[in-house]
Design a protein around this ligand. Sequence first.
Ligand code: XBP
Ligand code: MG
Length: 257
Amino acid sequence: MTIKALIFDVDGTLAETERDGHRVAFNRAFADAGLDWHWDPEHYGDLLAVTGGKERMLHHWQTIDPIEAQRPDSLGLINRLHQQKNCFYSQMVASGSVALRAGVRRVLFEARDRGYRLGVATTTTPANVDVLLRSTLGGEGANLFECIGAGGTVGKKKPAPDIYRWVLRQLELQPAECIAFEDSRPGLLSARQAGIATVITHNGYSCDDAFPDALAVLDGLGEPGSPATGVAAGHPWSGVVGIDQILGWVEARSAGP
Ligand code: XBP
Ligand code: MG
């Protein structure tokens, strides 16, 4: 089948939003609520195994105080904390403090200019996607993506395949007509269970993850003069990732060993 669409994860893939974005916003919300919770960068990296900010906070609470976490109003507190966190996060992102990862803007516009459709499949809250796209790509940015699957759109978050399957339905495309871009193991498992070939651009939090069955596992998309490195279609690879490189990997994979 012909590739017709690229589907991007957000946090860690489009931009490095976790350590200095979401994590800082979580800590501000905890302090604002008078809680002595504080997630340092290392601990947050461990907590990223739990996808979804609300789920992550509940997991933390259940870990440190399982009795209190069962209070009747615990979910109400989690929701209020999450709303406050997202307010702080949106303020930070809207201030321009978060930039797209290297090569992301280039690949998005190359895809658009060559007639490939673009989608988003993310665990994060829809408003967080919108503020990131607007602050990094301007008004045009939010319109680049034909479909944005985010947060509570589906019942089960990554690594469940639900969000990718939802995006496929919206695009009315088959898995083999799409390429997913992810940064983490939960994201890869989600896309692969949905049957979508996946390019991994890992980061500080995910560089030691195992990425079984990825089309490519790279340290980024690269830019002219600053190539990405890693493994693609089963072989060591270094260069600048563009549409032609991705199509070549798909071809090589379908040709088999
Ligand atoms: C990453 C996540 C999200 C963010 C926090 O999403 O797991 O939960 O960490 O955002 P993805 P929320 O990599 O799929 O983009 O607090 O809005 O969940
Ligand atoms: Mg991610």
